[in-house]
Design a protein around this ligand. Sequence first.
Ligand code: 6R9
Length: 645
Amino acid sequence: MSESKVYPVPAAVTEHALLDRRQYEQMYQRSISDPDSFWGEQAEAFLTWFKRWDRVHYADLHKGDIRWFEGAKLNVSYNCLDRHLATRGDQIALIWEGDEPDQDKRITYRELHEQVCRFANALKARGVRKGDRVCIYLPMIPEAAATMLACSRIGAVHSVIFGGFSSNALRDRILDSDCHVLITADEGVRGGRPVPLKENAERALAECPKVDTVFVVRRTGSDITWTDGRDIWYHDAIRTATVDCPAEPMDAEDSFYILYTSGSTGKPKGVLHTTAGYLLQAAMTHKYIFDYHDNEVYWCTADVGWVTGHSYIVYGPLANGATTLLFEGVPTYPDASRFWQIIDKHQVSIFYTAPTAIRALMGQGDEPVKKTSRRSLRLLGTVGEPINPEAWEWYYHIVGEGRCPIVDTWWQTETGTIMISPLPGATDLKPGSATLPFFGIEPQLVDNEGNIVSGPGEGNLCIARAWPSMMRTVYGDHERFLNTYLTHYPGMYFTGDGARRDQDGYYWITGRIDDVLNISGHRMGTAEIESALVLHSAVAEAAVVGYPHAIKGQGIYAYVTLIIGNAPSDTLRQELIDLVREEIGAIAKPDIIQWAPSLPKTRSGKIMRRILRKVAANELDNLGDTSTLADPSVVARLVESRAHQ
Ligand code: 6R9
């Protein structure tokens, strides 16, 4: 690793940037030494409040009781739309770039406001009230942002479900959030291929009797099944609804949204975010980290089904009155030049993507990049997984032509917004490092015994105090919230990531230390995939681990032990892959299935994943201590069976 390499902030960048190094240091110091006045000032500067708070913050990390801006009233959609109308009504809020290069739309703040108000009234007409949950299962179309904002306008709690999830995954999330309204589309389109969203939804809804309303956006016009009385076309709903819809004054700590994410055990959990703290930090991070200046076009390539889409396609940018681009397609369709062509077409200044996309495009060579101009670009960002220095250098030199700083942003669904990241005008860059904490964030490295590591060193990454956009609970399961994040190191939030801190105080995220995989920047729990595999009647046991994958970062490696009397076969392999696709979605498909005669276990029956990871990575001469295994000969058989796959 070329860790010693440093890219100082170019003078031209500092000159133009919102914050320089001295300002970052001063503001950071104040955010730590006097958090209440710091956050109070930011809250005044960034948001419009219907009523001021009584207290800036109260946090008990032992009980998981976290409150910001208690007593205050505000509304998210008001902050993202209404307050901009006087000055930016005709400015483009949303640029939509369709899957095909000749499809696009531009929607002004005024138009988006009108659509949101109408749809909010349509929701009300179907009985949606403040606090009700609404599930959204949409492709990357403007209606995704509009329906999220409409929920926030009336205080409904949205739960966006990634369009790549299967009907079973959708069903589980609808049931867990106990909602009665679903918003979907006839079909999505990605890379020229249709995604049967309504069909998936139908299968899910067969087991969700409480859902009485399904709004359907017409995207492709394909034939779909229809249930009269339950199904409503989105375009009819907004045509017939009235445009007058005052924004509901919400308490600062009222629930805002639920977003499901994978953990190391059990089913995905519903991360719950609340209103004021989340919106404030989404707006602040968007402005300072992306150094957003008025009238610039900003593009984050994430899907709104993930937290990055929530905070950095919709809420952060719109709260700041930005022009945000929403892309329906994939980086390689129609060809590997697509991203760069979109940048030229819409004159994008700020571009935020994932390392997996960078690696995939790097593999296509420089020509697809170099044939485009990219002169509009001035800042690049990455998120989702550690970026390897080779990919960083390519992104910096080839895509950014050495003139655009890269913000490598570390954060999580649970943190709501970016926690560790450079500020373009303030932070010297080191390829592969997320660098320094954002305002108010106090990272700590802790060893396995709970001792705090000071100075340069390595450990489990924790955050030592509450921040405004922190999750408040796991929806319906506060115990799980405590056990997953707050009991490991009492008084601190435990991230599940490992990290190293160097002599300059820079953080280098080393990846998950639990059983969570990061596949192309998507979080996936090994337990979820294992549960899907063991549903097959031929499977006795399954263990899933990650292994290094050149493009995806991590690939999925599944060890499967069959019930006696079943023989391995290609058909069985395909059945297992299909099963995972059905239970979770295509993103969770194993890359490799190894038929394992048995799995290495300790005497207490715990699977030794450390050994499985080594075998998967083909590090066979370095398997470590196997003496605690109940039957050490299992390892030799496992290695032997690997050779015969
Ligand atoms: C925003 C998002 C969170 C996990 C996180 C970590 C990994 C995210 C990273 C990064 C290294 C970065 N991660 N950003 N690792 N450098 N810049 O991705 O949320 O889907 O919840 O994933 O992703 O392992 O714990 P989420």
